[in-house]
Design a protein around this ligand. Sequence first.
Ligand SMILES: [Fe+2]
Length: 279
Amino acid sequence: MPSAASAAGEAGLRPAGAGGGQGREVKILFVADVFGTAGRRAVEERLRSLRAELGANFCILNGENVADGAGITPKLADKLLAAGADVITLGNHVWRRDGMGAYLEKSERVIRPANLSRHAPGRGLTIVDGVAVINVLGSLFLAPHINPFEEIDAIVAEARAKTQMIVVDFHAEATSEKVAMARWLDGRVTAVIGTHTHVQTNDARVQPGGTAALTDAGMTGPHDSVIGVEADLAIRRMRTGMPVRFYPAEGGVRIEGALVECSEDGRATSIETVRVPFR
Ligand SMILES: [Fe+2]
């Protein structure tokens, strides 16, 4: 059984300048889980200027919490695309709102986790402007239809047949699973960015094979909250064990995410976290 390191070595990305790359660096901005109206307004008012300030050529945005904290609607997806996202990824709340099945069936820029049922509408891989984006769901607490490690090799191979710039949004709860996925894909993709926990981690790194990784990109939304929800509501549910309806919070909004720089051959040269106060 090959180790992750040997598999990465066999299929590794070419080093910068070793054929294929023309030396041009590409900057990819990943915007972490956009939460509720507050998160969406931050994106609508600030994403274009932020892209310009960071020199980002491409923007991937996780939008699975934009509809009041759970799910997305076709209308909201269109708003996020109009605000400057090139591709939107989703997660465990993909089917929470009406109309997403038909929308995902047609959309080339909004993708859902690849390891859902093969009979479900939508796709888990898209390629836009030469950048492949893959969305995968973690196994712990999220109960995907297919284990992500069963699915990922085939979908990465499908992407690599067309481009070497590949970003994976691994929407997962467990840090161990996210670190393992990043190691497994080292040398085969440009970046593995974790989403879903809404808490930005301090482990941005470029791995030995040239794949950038971050366990969680954080949240674009109200941080004066419990991961986006009004704090007193979340605490009441936890203290009492009783059902409590959640509402998105509004204060302490910031845009969070990551900026990945890579060569045209797909090899990451740097990754840094992004944290920009909004209001
Ligand atoms: Fe999620």
